[in-house]
Write a protein that binds this ligand. Structure first.
Ligand SMILES: CC(C)(COP(=O)(O)OP(=O)(O)OC[C@H]1O[C@@H](n2cnc3c(N)ncnc32)[C@H](O)[C@@H]1OP(=O)(O)O)[C@@H](O)C(=O)NCCC(=O)NCCS
Length: 182
Protein backbone atom coordinates (compact mmCIF):
# COMPACT_ATOMS: atom_id res chain seq x y z
CA UNK A 1 0.00 0.00 0.00
CA UNK A 2 1.46 3.42 -0.99
CA UNK A 3 1.79 6.37 1.37
CA UNK A 4 -1.27 8.15 -0.04
CA UNK A 5 -3.38 4.99 0.47
CA UNK A 6 -2.39 4.93 4.14
CA UNK A 7 -3.45 8.57 4.48
CA UNK A 8 -6.75 7.88 2.70
CA UNK A 9 -7.48 5.09 5.19
CA UNK A 10 -6.65 7.22 8.23
CA UNK A 11 -9.48 7.79 10.70
CA UNK A 12 -9.28 11.35 11.99
CA UNK A 13 -10.69 12.09 15.40
CA UNK A 14 -12.05 15.57 16.12
CA UNK A 15 -14.06 16.74 19.12
CA UNK A 16 -17.51 16.61 17.50
CA UNK A 17 -16.70 14.68 14.32
CA UNK A 18 -14.72 11.75 13.12
CA UNK A 19 -13.51 11.68 9.54
CA UNK A 20 -13.31 8.37 7.70
CA UNK A 21 -12.64 7.28 4.13
CA UNK A 22 -15.62 7.88 1.85
CA UNK A 23 -17.44 4.71 0.73
CA UNK A 24 -19.44 3.87 -2.38
CA UNK A 25 -22.47 3.50 -0.16
CA UNK A 26 -22.20 7.20 0.84
CA UNK A 27 -22.81 8.38 -2.71
CA UNK A 28 -26.60 8.14 -2.61
CA UNK A 29 -26.70 10.64 0.27
CA UNK A 30 -24.36 12.98 -1.66
CA UNK A 31 -26.67 12.92 -4.69
CA UNK A 32 -29.66 13.70 -2.45
CA UNK A 33 -27.81 16.61 -0.81
CA UNK A 34 -26.66 18.04 -4.16
CA UNK A 35 -30.33 18.15 -5.21
CA UNK A 36 -31.12 20.43 -2.25
CA UNK A 37 -30.92 24.02 -3.59
CA UNK A 38 -30.05 25.35 -0.09
CA UNK A 39 -26.88 23.22 -0.19
CA UNK A 40 -26.08 23.40 -3.91
CA UNK A 41 -26.09 27.23 -3.96
CA UNK A 42 -22.82 27.21 -2.01
CA UNK A 43 -21.12 24.57 -4.18
CA UNK A 44 -19.66 24.49 -7.67
CA UNK A 45 -22.24 24.39 -10.45
CA UNK A 46 -20.76 21.03 -11.45
CA UNK A 47 -22.88 19.36 -8.73
CA UNK A 48 -26.06 20.43 -10.54
CA UNK A 49 -28.14 17.55 -11.93
CA UNK A 50 -25.74 15.07 -10.40
CA UNK A 51 -26.36 11.51 -11.57
CA UNK A 52 -25.34 8.19 -10.02
CA UNK A 53 -23.05 7.59 -12.98
CA UNK A 54 -21.17 10.91 -12.66
CA UNK A 55 -20.93 10.55 -8.89
CA UNK A 56 -19.43 7.06 -9.29
CA UNK A 57 -16.92 8.42 -11.83
CA UNK A 58 -15.90 11.05 -9.27
CA UNK A 59 -15.60 8.38 -6.55
CA UNK A 60 -13.35 6.21 -8.75
CA UNK A 61 -11.26 9.25 -9.65
CA UNK A 62 -10.80 10.18 -5.97
CA UNK A 63 -9.91 6.61 -5.02
CA UNK A 64 -7.19 6.34 -7.64
CA UNK A 65 -5.89 9.92 -7.33
CA UNK A 66 -2.46 10.55 -5.86
CA UNK A 67 -3.33 14.14 -5.01
CA UNK A 68 -6.87 14.05 -3.54
CA UNK A 69 -7.99 12.79 -0.13
CA UNK A 70 -11.71 12.90 0.68
CA UNK A 71 -13.27 12.13 4.05
CA UNK A 72 -16.84 11.40 5.08
CA UNK A 73 -17.82 13.58 8.06
CA UNK A 74 -19.44 11.58 10.87
CA UNK A 75 -21.21 13.26 13.76
CA UNK A 76 -19.80 11.65 16.90
CA UNK A 77 -22.90 12.14 19.03
CA UNK A 78 -25.17 10.00 16.85
CA UNK A 79 -22.90 8.31 14.27
CA UNK A 80 -24.66 10.02 11.35
CA UNK A 81 -22.90 10.66 8.04
CA UNK A 82 -23.44 14.39 7.50
CA UNK A 83 -21.19 15.51 4.63
CA UNK A 84 -17.77 15.40 3.00
CA UNK A 85 -14.55 17.31 3.15
CA UNK A 86 -11.38 16.92 1.18
CA UNK A 87 -7.90 18.03 0.35
CA UNK A 88 -7.48 18.40 -3.39
CA UNK A 89 -4.79 19.17 -5.94
CA UNK A 90 -2.21 18.21 -3.33
CA UNK A 91 1.14 19.41 -4.61
CA UNK A 92 3.63 17.33 -2.67
CA UNK A 93 6.61 19.28 -3.99
CA UNK A 94 5.22 22.76 -3.33
CA UNK A 95 3.56 21.47 -0.10
CA UNK A 96 0.17 22.99 -0.81
CA UNK A 97 -3.41 21.86 -1.47
CA UNK A 98 -6.98 23.07 -1.83
CA UNK A 99 -9.72 22.42 0.71
CA UNK A 100 -13.41 21.74 0.12
CA UNK A 101 -16.29 20.96 2.50
CA UNK A 102 -20.02 20.54 2.60
CA UNK A 103 -22.32 19.43 5.37
CA UNK A 104 -25.27 18.18 3.33
CA UNK A 105 -27.59 17.45 6.23
CA UNK A 106 -28.89 20.94 7.13
CA UNK A 107 -29.90 19.88 10.65
CA UNK A 108 -26.19 19.89 11.45
CA UNK A 109 -25.48 23.43 10.27
CA UNK A 110 -24.48 26.15 12.75
CA UNK A 111 -23.66 23.71 15.53
CA UNK A 112 -19.88 23.73 15.31
CA UNK A 113 -19.44 20.62 13.13
CA UNK A 114 -17.89 22.57 10.23
CA UNK A 115 -15.40 24.36 12.47
CA UNK A 116 -14.39 21.12 14.17
CA UNK A 117 -14.01 19.36 10.81
CA UNK A 118 -11.84 22.15 9.46
CA UNK A 119 -9.60 22.21 12.54
CA UNK A 120 -9.17 18.43 12.33
CA UNK A 121 -8.30 18.53 8.62
CA UNK A 122 -5.89 21.47 9.06
CA UNK A 123 -3.96 19.48 11.70
CA UNK A 124 -3.89 16.45 9.40
CA UNK A 125 -2.69 18.52 6.40
CA UNK A 126 0.05 20.35 8.28
CA UNK A 127 1.22 17.77 10.82
CA UNK A 128 0.59 14.42 9.11
CA UNK A 129 0.97 15.30 5.43
CA UNK A 130 3.60 17.96 6.02
CA UNK A 131 1.87 20.52 3.79
CA UNK A 132 2.48 24.21 4.42
CA UNK A 133 -0.34 26.04 2.64
CA UNK A 134 -4.08 25.37 2.28
CA UNK A 135 -6.12 27.36 -0.21
CA UNK A 136 -9.88 27.48 -0.73
CA UNK A 137 -12.50 29.30 -2.76
CA UNK A 138 -15.72 30.68 -1.29
CA UNK A 139 -18.56 32.63 -2.88
CA UNK A 140 -19.08 36.15 -1.55
CA UNK A 141 -22.64 35.40 -0.34
CA UNK A 142 -21.53 32.41 1.76
CA UNK A 143 -21.19 34.44 4.97
CA UNK A 144 -21.32 31.43 7.28
CA UNK A 145 -18.47 29.62 5.51
CA UNK A 146 -16.38 32.81 5.39
CA UNK A 147 -16.87 33.19 9.16
CA UNK A 148 -15.77 29.60 9.77
CA UNK A 149 -12.70 30.04 7.56
CA UNK A 150 -11.73 33.28 9.32
CA UNK A 151 -12.24 31.63 12.71
CA UNK A 152 -9.85 28.87 11.63
CA UNK A 153 -7.15 31.31 10.55
CA UNK A 154 -7.77 31.67 6.81
CA UNK A 155 -7.30 35.11 5.28
CA UNK A 156 -8.42 36.41 1.87
CA UNK A 157 -5.59 36.70 -0.64
CA UNK A 158 -7.54 37.41 -3.84
CA UNK A 159 -11.01 38.19 -5.16
CA UNK A 160 -12.11 36.64 -8.45
CA UNK A 161 -14.55 39.14 -9.96
CA UNK A 162 -17.85 37.78 -11.31
CA UNK A 163 -16.52 34.23 -11.04
CA UNK A 164 -19.62 32.30 -10.06
CA UNK A 165 -23.06 32.29 -11.66
CA UNK A 166 -25.94 31.86 -9.22
CA UNK A 167 -29.52 33.05 -9.65
CA UNK A 168 -28.61 34.72 -12.96
CA UNK A 169 -26.04 36.94 -11.24
CA UNK A 170 -22.28 36.66 -11.46
CA UNK A 171 -20.88 36.79 -7.93
CA UNK A 172 -17.33 37.41 -6.76
CA UNK A 173 -15.37 34.57 -5.21
CA UNK A 174 -12.80 34.95 -2.46
CA UNK A 175 -9.58 32.98 -2.51
CA UNK A 176 -8.52 32.36 1.08
CA UNK A 177 -5.34 30.78 2.40
CA UNK A 178 -3.87 29.52 5.61
CA UNK A 179 -0.17 28.89 6.10
CA UNK A 180 1.40 26.45 8.49
CA UNK A 181 3.41 28.11 11.20
CA UNK A 182 6.94 27.08 10.30
C1 LIG B 1 -20.07 26.10 5.63
C2 LIG B 1 -20.24 24.97 6.63
C3 LIG B 1 -19.17 23.90 6.36
C4 LIG B 1 -20.03 25.51 8.04
O1 LIG B 1 -20.21 24.49 8.96
P1 LIG B 1 -21.18 24.72 10.21
O2 LIG B 1 -21.08 23.52 11.06
O3 LIG B 1 -22.54 25.05 9.70
O4 LIG B 1 -20.54 26.00 10.89
P2 LIG B 1 -20.16 26.22 12.45
O5 LIG B 1 -21.35 25.96 13.28
O6 LIG B 1 -18.92 25.45 12.75
O7 LIG B 1 -19.77 27.76 12.46
C5 LIG B 1 -20.62 28.71 11.86
C6 LIG B 1 -20.09 30.11 12.17
O8 LIG B 1 -20.70 31.02 11.24
C7 LIG B 1 -21.46 31.96 11.94
N1 LIG B 1 -22.60 32.26 11.09
C8 LIG B 1 -23.70 31.53 10.85
N2 LIG B 1 -24.49 32.14 9.95
C9 LIG B 1 -23.85 33.29 9.61
C10 LIG B 1 -24.16 34.36 8.74
N3 LIG B 1 -25.30 34.37 8.02
N4 LIG B 1 -23.28 35.38 8.63
C11 LIG B 1 -22.11 35.39 9.35
N5 LIG B 1 -21.78 34.41 10.20
C12 LIG B 1 -22.64 33.35 10.32
C13 LIG B 1 -21.80 31.32 13.26
O9 LIG B 1 -22.10 32.29 14.25
C14 LIG B 1 -20.48 30.59 13.55
O10 LIG B 1 -19.49 31.47 13.94
P3 LIG B 1 -19.01 31.54 15.50
O11 LIG B 1 -18.49 30.15 15.80
O12 LIG B 1 -17.91 32.58 15.51
O13 LIG B 1 -20.22 31.89 16.28
C15 LIG B 1 -21.65 24.30 6.52
O14 LIG B 1 -22.62 25.23 6.97
C16 LIG B 1 -21.97 23.85 5.12
O15 LIG B 1 -21.50 22.82 4.71
N6 LIG B 1 -22.79 24.63 4.38
C17 LIG B 1 -23.23 24.27 3.03
C18 LIG B 1 -22.11 24.03 2.03
C19 LIG B 1 -21.04 25.10 2.09
O16 LIG B 1 -21.30 26.28 2.24
N7 LIG B 1 -19.78 24.66 1.91
C20 LIG B 1 -18.64 25.56 1.87
C21 LIG B 1 -18.36 25.97 0.47
S1 LIG B 1 -17.00 27.11 0.36
Amino acid sequence: MGKIELYKNTLLNGTMVSLRKIRKNDLKSCIKWFRDPDVAKFLSNSVKNMTEERELEWFNFINSSGCDIVFAIISKCDGQYIGNCGLHKIDWKEKRCEFGIFIGNKKYWNKGYGTDTLKTVIDFAFFSLGLEKIKLLVYEYNHRAIKVYENCGFAPVDKLKNYHLYNNIYWDTYVMEKNAII
